[in-house]
Design a protein around this ligand. Structure first.
Ligand code: GLY
Ligand code: MN
Ligand code: MN
Length: 380
C-alpha cells in the first residue's frame, strides 16, 4: 500500500532519515521499543527497526507477526514487515548482509555491550563470504538520540493523545478525596487509584502509584506500604496513566483534616514555586531557568535544601523522557524550550520527620507560553 502523507509515521521516518544522512550512516538499527513505536506504531514487547534511506523494515518474531501486520495496514507508512525465523540477532545480520549495509548506527543507550559484541562478531564471521566487492566488514557505530531528538517536540497526533490523557487523569485526580481517606492503608489507596485509572480508560498505570502518608511524605519516591492514613497529616499522591501509548503524570498533596503544624507553610511555598515555574515556561527559555524559578522561591522560604530533585521531565511514549527540567549539568548543553514540548512541573519539599509536599502538573509549550494540560485545583 502506498504511504499516506497524512500519516505521522511518514513524517517521523523522513525526519529520522535526514538525521541518518547527517551522521553519514547507511542505516540505523532501532532497538529501543518506544522508538520502534514512534516510527511504526508497533507496540509489542519485542521487535526492532532497520531504517535506511530507501527502506524501513520492522522485524518482529512469530508472536507478533499478525499484530504487526495489522498495525502496518492501519497506518501505512512504507514500513515492510519481516518475521525473524530464529533470533533477532540472526535476522538483523541477515538484513544487513542482504541490503549490503556498511556503516550501521545502533542506539548506544539501548544496546547492551554483550549484544553489540555478539552482532559485530556475527557480521565479521559472515563478512568475507557475503559482502559484495571488497572484504570490508560492516561496522556497528554507536549513536545517541537520533530518534529521541525527534520525539522531543510532539506532533499533532501526539499532542491530541497527551491532551486527552491529561483530561482523563485530571478527572481521576479531582475525585482523589474518595480514595485518600483516614483508615485506609497506603496500599489500599494505591489500589483504588489504579482501579480508577482503568475505569477512566487508561491501559495501565504509567508507574507504580506513590501514596506517601505523614512522615513517609518526606521520601520523594516512597512505595505505598501498610501504614494507615489518619486525620491531621499530609498525603502525597503521585500517579499517572498510559493512554493510547502516551504517559501523563500528576501529584497532589492532600491534607487530611487539619494540616500538621509546619506542613501548611511548606505546602504554600511549594504551591508558589509550582506557579512560578509554570509562569516561566515559554519558547526560548532554557530548562535551567524554569528550574531556577521554582528553586528560587523555595530558597526564599528556607526550603532550598528540601528540594533535592529536578523540576520536571518530558512526557510522551515514556513517562520520563526529554527534556529534563533541572539544574544545568556540566558537559550537557541545554536546549531551549520549544512549542510542542510536553513536560511536568513538579517542585517539592521534603522535611524528615514532618512529611513532604509535591505538586505536579503537565504542560504543553505553546508559541506564547504554555497550556497546562492537567486541570485540577492545587488544593483538593
Ligand atoms: N513519580 C514519578 C514522577 O513524578 O516523576
Ligand atoms: Mn509524578
Ligand atoms: Mn513526574
Amino acid at each position: 500500500m502506498a504511504p499516506s502523507n497524512g500519516s505521522p509515521y511518514v513524517r517521523r521516518i523522513d525526519a529520522a532519515r535526514e538525521r541518518l544522512r547527517a551522521a553519514a550512516l547507511d542505516a540505523l538499527v532501532v532497538t529501543h521499543l518506544p522508538n520502534v513505536r514512534y516510527l511504526t506504531g508497533f507496540s509489542g514487547t519485542a521487535g526492532l527497526v532497520v531504517l535506511t534511506q530507501e527502506r524501513c523494515l520492522l522485524v518482529v518474531d512469530f508472536r507478533y507477526a499478525t499484530a504487526a501486520r495489522d498495525v502496518l495496514e492501519r497506518s501505512p507508512a512504507g514500513v515492510t514487515l519481516e518475521v525473524a525465523p530464529r533470533s533477532y540477532d540472526e535476522a538483523l545480520v541477515e538484513v544487513i548482509r542482504r541490503l549490503d549495509l556498511a556503516r550501521i548506527g545502533v542506539e548506544a543507550a539501548w544496546m547492551p555491550v554483550a549484544r553489540f559484541n555478539r552482532v559485530s562478531q556475527m557480521l565479521a564471521a559472515a563478512g568475507d563470504v557475503h559482502l559484495a566487492g571488497d572484504s570490508s566488514i560492516p561496522i556497528l557505530a554507536p549513536t545517541e538520540r537520533l530518534i529521541e531528538s525527534g520525539r522531543l517536540v510532539k506532533d499533532a497526533h501526539e499532542v491530541a493523545r497527551l491532551r486527552e490523557a491529561a483530561r482523563r487523569l485530571s478527572a481521576v485526580a479531582r475525585s482523589a478525596r474518595l480514595f485518600v481517606r483516614a483508615g485506609l492503608t497506603e496500599q489500599e489507596v494505591a489500589g483504588e487509584v489504579e482501579a480508577a485509572l482503568r475505569r477512566a480508560g487508561f491501559e495501565r498505570p504509567a508507574f507504580e502509584t506513590i501514596v506517601a502518608s505523614g512522615p513517609n511524605g518526606a521520601l520523594p519516591h516512597a512505595r505505598p506500604g501498610p501504614r494507615t492514613l489518619s486525620e491531621g497529616e499530609g498525603v502525597v499522591l503521585d500517579f499517572g496513566g498510559v493512554y493510547d501509548g502516551y504517559c501523563v503524570d500528576l501529584t497532589r498533596t492532600i491534607g487530611l483534616g487539619p494540616w500538621p503544624p509546619g506542613l501548611r507553610r511548606v505546602f504554600d511555598a511549594v504551591a508558589e514555586a509550582h506557579a512560578a515555574a509554570i509562569a516561566a515556561v515559554k519558547p526560548g527559555v532554557l530548562p535551567g531557568r524554569i528550574d531556577a524559578a521554582a528553586r528560587d522561591v523555595l530558597e526564599r522560604h528556607g526550603l532550598g535544601e528540601a528540594f533535592g530533585h529536578g523540576t520536571g521531565h518530558g512526557l510522551g511514549l515514556e513517562v520520563h523522557e526529554e527534556p529534563r527540567i533541572g539544574r544545568p549539568v556540566t558537559g550537557i548543553p541545554e536546549t531551549p524550550v520549544q512549542p510542542g514540548m510536553v513536560f511536568t512541573i513538579e517542585p517539592g519539599a521534603y522535611v524528615p520527620g514532618l512529611g513532604g509536599v509535591r505538586i505536579e502538573d503537565d504542560v504543553l509549550v505553546t508559541p506564547t507560553g504554555c497550556e497546562v494540560l492537567t486541570n485540577v485545583p492545587v488544593e483538593l
